[in-house]
Ligand binder design. Structure first.
Ligand code: GDP
Ligand code: IMO
Ligand code: MG
Length: 426
């Protein structure tokens, strides 16, 4: 068996949570491989709307195992809140949620360091979710971090104190005012909860399950354009959000990767700072934000909106080895007479169809073409037979341009508003 990977091809929030939930019945195990509570993955079904941050989006399916992999960073406080919220909905995680011993812990002081770093950057701030993601991954690569496995060691508190001392010196250096005591008791209480969960060597577990023929889906967080290596650096997150991240974040060898499902919106959004070539700063952008309810699932910030960007998608498809595309939010374009598509960029006086080193506004100018809109409500349709012609044309146009089949079109936030297309070869 192979591990399939599902990940975002844009700047996050493509609808990964919804699609993982829809696809879960096809899998035995769903495994998150990177990121942390900066993610907000929304699931809607039976009138429930639920946002997950660290817990994999297969958790609502009783028979499916959900694994938080070694590449994920965990904030015990947020994790406990997620589990409490699931309990309230009647979801028992005691049997089907597993955590990697090697996953790193986000400490209260990491969140403070995130805030201090952003405050110091001023106008150039990254627009971080301030969940402590960057500082935690810095301690991981700096070989200072605390891992889930450490919470079972006798000297855990001493190791915590040692790292906090270092963080305090860094915060003082930033001249940042803080009160750690406000967060520490809750953090240690939440650590107690983590101790009671199923903590495992997830790389062994996943490989054993694969050998036994179990089907595994790796769930990405953020999006390819926020990848630490290939995203719009420095306006990125601190992990590898791409397929390669599933290998390092779960301990899965590259030759065990199967299908790579790349999710994109029928248009494009970004939350936080950084370049966004196809951004619409006019009333069309406002219309997309209003129709698409484009407000962040984690901290509610308005998302920046723009047209679909083919050079960026081509790049993401190349880096990830995408074998299937899933397009979400087609319904949001239902009011538009015409839909614009960025086919190329003008870069240093030349027309290019790839993503160059810099996509800053002074470097690239997007070139658009227009296609007719479908001008109807898609939210009630349930099969491709009911696709308006203009929608089918839009999908086929994207398939030709991107050379990857679009196997799913999503027409609303609910689980049921998902249309499978027959496997097509392009
Ligand atoms: P994720 O981070 O990739 O899981 O995506 P988010 O949950 O942050 O953001 C996607 C938002 O769009 C959520 O509010 C979803 O409920 C919603 N959504 C997903 N697919 C569709 C769709 O096809 N149409 C509409 N209108 N909303 C969708
Ligand atoms: P999901 O999984 C959208 C963005 C932040 C900021 C940058 C760095 O829901 O798609 P960080 O907190 O990682 O230091 O922030 O990355 N960002 C996201 N944008 N969706 C996400 O996750 C994001 N996670 C981080 O807005 O620009
Ligand atoms: Mg999200």
């Amino acid at each position: 068996m192979k591990v399939d990977v599902l990940l975002g091809l844009q700047w996050g929030d493509e609808g990964k949570g919804k699609l993982v939930d829809v696809l879960t019945p096809k899998y035995d195990i769903i495994a998150r491989f990177q990121g942390g509570p900066n993610a907000g993955h929304t699931l809607e079904f039976d009138g429930i709307k639920h946002v997950l941050h660290t817990i994999p989006s297969g958790i609502f399916h009783q028979g499916t195992i959900n694994v938080v992999g070694n590449g994920v960073v965990i904030d015990p406080i947020i994790f406990k809140k997620e589990i409490d919220a699931l309990h309230k909905l009647g979801v028992d995680v005691s049997k089907n949620l597993f955590l990697s011993r090697r996953a790193h812990l986000i400490m209260p002081s990491h969140r403070l360091l995130d805030a201090a770093s952003e405050a110091e950057k001023g106008r150039n701030k990254i627009g971080s979710t301030l969940k402590g993601i960057g500082p935690t991954y810095m301690d991981k690569t700096g070989r200072n971090g605390l891992r889930i496995g450490d919470i079972f060691e006798a000297d855990f508190k001493e190791r915590y104190d040692r790292l906090v001392k270092k963080h305090e010196r860094m915060l003082d250096f930033h001249n940042f005012e803080y009160d750690l005591s406000a967060h520490e008791p809750e953090w240690f209480e939440s650590i107690e909860l983590l101790r009671s969960l199923n903590v495992i060597d997830s790389e062994h577990y996943l490989n054993q399950q694969l050998a036994q023929g179990k089907r595994i889906l790796a769930e990405g967080a953020q999006g390819s354009l926020l990848d630490i290596d290939f995203g719009s650096y420095p306006f990125v997150t601190s992990s590898n959000t791409i397929t390669a991240g599933a290998c390092t974040g779960l301990g899965i060898a590259p030759n065990r990767i199967g299908e790579v499902i790349g999710i994109f919106k029928a248009y494009c959004t970004r939350v936080g700072s950084g370049p966004f070539p196809t951004e619409l700063l006019d009333e069309v952008g406002e219309q997309l934000r209003a129709s698409g309810h484009e407000f962040g699932a984690t901290i509610g910030r308005p998302r920046r909106c723009g047209w679909i960007d083919l050079p960026a998608l081509r790049y993401a498809i190349m880096i990830n080895g995408v074998t299937q595309l899933n397009m979400t939010k087609a319904d949001v374009l239902g009011d538009f007479d015409e839909i614009k598509v960025c086919t190329h960029y003008l870069y240093k006086g030349e027309k290019i169809d790839y993503l160059p080193y810099s996509i800053d506004p002074d470097q690239v100018t997007p070139v658009f073409t227009s296609v007719p809109g479908w001008k109807c409500d898609l939210t009630g349709i349930s099969s491709t037979d009911q696709f308006p012609e203009a929608l089918e044309n839009y999908v086929q146009y994207l398939e030709r341009e991107l050379r990857v089949p679009v196997t799913v079109v999503s027409v609303g936030p609910d689980r049921t508003q998902t249309i499978m297309r027959e496997q097509v070869t392009v």
